[in-house]
Design a protein around this ligand. Structure first.
Ligand code: SF4
Ligand code: SF4
Length: 261
């Protein structure tokens, strides 16, 4: 279903995202996914983002809506938007947000910013943030139809990753500066994929969960930047960052495995 505008670079990113989502899910379930692997994937993802502007699924999502609003034929955009979105949502429903965790370039650069050592501000109101992001999702879908506006471009990541200097680039640099003390502001407030994958993740069969070895020390809850480490949390905003696992003092108290029913 490719159109005349088929761009193989977009396909490279999509194949990378889907393949690595599956491989890393397997490594998580077998207990072999490590912090080192996560950092390696973050670096590769960032390089891919600058080199190929892919896998930029939030951008493809918006482009898909724009093409639909224009009544244009949609080739690659349809492929990478609908197929990519569908596969990644399905994978999220099985294994959680592997894509957001370390395979999305926009998420990866924010994750890199957050590793800069400085005092962190934990924004714990995940319900309010999700509502704001859902409103953005509505605006991103409605914008091209009602006003001919591609809202997401105003946040500057296309120019940033294409190394083009513009007002948008400055906007995204400001977002990255905010991402140094506050975890992933773009993902948690603005991104349409974030809204979709949060819902996709709710039924996730595999997720990080506590076992009977937990001694209720609360360290994981204090370390979690998205307020998803409590025993009853649904993990919709869990980015598989491993901070909870890394601070846990009891071996085996936090595992990635099938949720309890
Ligand atoms: S929430 Fe959006 S920007 Fe963030 S990692 Fe997920 S898809 Fe990428
Ligand atoms: S600290 Fe744990 S629960 Fe919180 S986002 Fe990271 S991996 Fe998920």
């Amino acid at each position: 279903m490719y159109g005349a505008n088929f761009d193989p670079l977009l396909l490279i990113g999509l194949v990378y995202a889907v393949t690595l989502s599956i491989v890393s899910a397997y490594l998580w379930t077998s207990g072999r996914f490590s912090a080192r692997m996560r950092y390696l994937l973050l670096i590769i993802t960032i390089i891919l983002g600058f080199a190929t502007f892919s896998p930029m699924i939030p951008h493809q999502f918006q482009s898909l809506i724009e093409r639909l609003a224009d009544g244009q034929h949609i080739g690659t955009i349809l492929f990478s938007g609908i197929i990519g979105l569908g596969i990644l949502t399905l994978l999220a429903a099985l294994f959680g947000r592997q894509f957001c965790g370390y395979l999305c370039p926009i998420g990866a650069v924010q994750e890199a910013a957050y590793t800069i050592p400085t005092k962190k501000i934990l924004v714990q109101q995940k319900g309010i943030l999700s509502v704001i992001r859902a409103l953005f999702l509505v605006a991103i879908i409605g914008g091209p139809f009602l006003f001919g506006i591609a809202l997401l471009d105003y946040f500057g990541f296309p120019d940033f990753f294409k190394l083009t200097f513009s007002t948008g680039t400055l906007v995204f640099i400001v977002i990255l500066l905010i991402a140094i003390p506050i975890y992933r502001p773009f993902c948690r407030i603005i991104c349409p994929m974030g809204a979709i994958l949060q819902i996709g993740t709710l039924p996730a069969i595999y997720r990080i969960r506590r076992t009977d070895a937990c001694i209720e020390c609360g360290r994981c809850e204090r370390a979690c930047p998205t307020n998803e480490a409590k025993a009853g949390d649904n993990k919709g905003e869990c980015y598989l960052c491993r901070r909870c696992i890394e601070v846990c003092p009891k071996d085996g108290a936090l595992v990635y495995g099938r949720k309890r029913v």
